[in-house]
Structures are given as C-alpha cells and as structure tokens.
Design a protein around this ligand. Sequence first.
Ligand code: C5P
Length: 219
Amino acid sequence: SNNIVVAIDGYSSCGKSTLAKALAKKLHFIYVDSGAMYRAVALYFLRNNIDLTNHEQIADALNNIHLNFHSRDYKTHITLNDEEVSDEIRQMHVADKVSTIAAIHEVRVAMVKQQQRMGKSKNIIMDGRDIGTVVFPNAQVKLFMTADPKIRAERRYKELLPTNPEITLEEIFDNLAHRDYQDTTRKESPLTRAEDAIILDNTDLSPDEQLLFALSHIE
Ligand code: C5P
C-alpha cells in the first residue's frame, strides 16, 4: 500500500501528542495515541486485580479488552469495552503502573498487532515508545522527541493541576523519571531512537516552531 506513516517516539511528557495532533490536523492524517492504549490496558488490569505473574490471567484479560478510538476535535477519545476512559487513564494511579504492565510480552504483542492494523491502509501519525523501531520500522518519517526533564514535569503539572489539585510537581517528576527508566531498560522493545529518526529537542521550542520543524522533514 502507499499510505504514509509518521512515527513519533520519545520520553514521557515530551510533547509528542501535542505535536502529533497538530501535524494530523495540518496534514489531515489520523492520529493514534499508542500510550493511551497501554494506559487503558493498565486501567483494566488494575480494576480487575490481574496478577502480573499469571500468564493465563493476562491472556484472558487481553481477550476481554476491546479498545476503540474516536477522533473528535483531534482530542484522544478512547473507549475500553465501550466505556469512555480518556480522563481516567491520565490519573496517577494509572501512570504509576502503566510502564510495568507495558513491559509484559503478551500486552505488547496484542497492542502492536492492533496498531499495525490501524496503519495498514491509512495515512496516520502514531506516537509512543516503539513506533519507529517495532510497530512501523518502515515509516516514511520518524521523529524522536526529547526535552529537559524539569520542563517536562512542569508542563505535565500544569496539565494535571486543574483536575488534580492535590498533585505535586515532585510526584510528577518522580513518575516521569521512573517511567523513562522502565521504558528504556525493559527487555522487550525498549524506548530507543531508531537509526533513521530525526531528533527533536523541544526544551526551548514553542508548539508552532515544533510543527514547522516537523513539516520541513515531511515535505
Ligand atoms: O505516551 P504515554 O506517556 O501516555 O504512555 C504511557 C506508558 O505506556 C509509557 O510510559 C510506556 O510505558 C507505555 N508505552 C509503551 N509503548 C508505546 C506507548 C506507550 O510501552 N508505544
């Protein structure tokens, strides 16, 4: 097929989804937030007390999980078995567990399969940790995003504070650092830059500047 895939990977809270959404809007591509899928799986595992050492339970759980995206207004709306969970998956109880659950082999196999299906015939932009390396190694455009960890924590803090007045900057900083550690050191498809990915450090870049940078590499 001759559809175009743009893969965006990088550390936690680097602004991947902000850039991906802006690009999708500009190019009229479909945007897929792969992190939301892992978060929804984590939410299901938490709610159902899945024993992470029990492979049978994990396989059963994955068979019972049905995820769907609804792209209204380029916001990610994800449903878990027809329940809208877009807000709940952003909460700290999910953020605290998601990287552990995303490191499980069966979880990755199931998600990658669904992700590859979504990119089969449509022009899409997908962001995550292993999109340019594992999910779409042949993506025409690959970006690898990074930014100063303090700036990243501050951005996420501002985002979460309105709905989580109790949250602290320190708690968020620690969560990001911990997830980055887990995501880069896990055995299966660790976060790493694909050799052909363009590095985008957005510490000092506005969203518009990032969009222009990305577009200049897509033309
Ligand atoms: O992108 P986001 O921060 O929402 O992702 C949440 C978590 O999901 C990441 O910290 C990572 O553990 C996992 N993830 C992954 N592979 C992806 C996307 C996300 O392992 N492609």
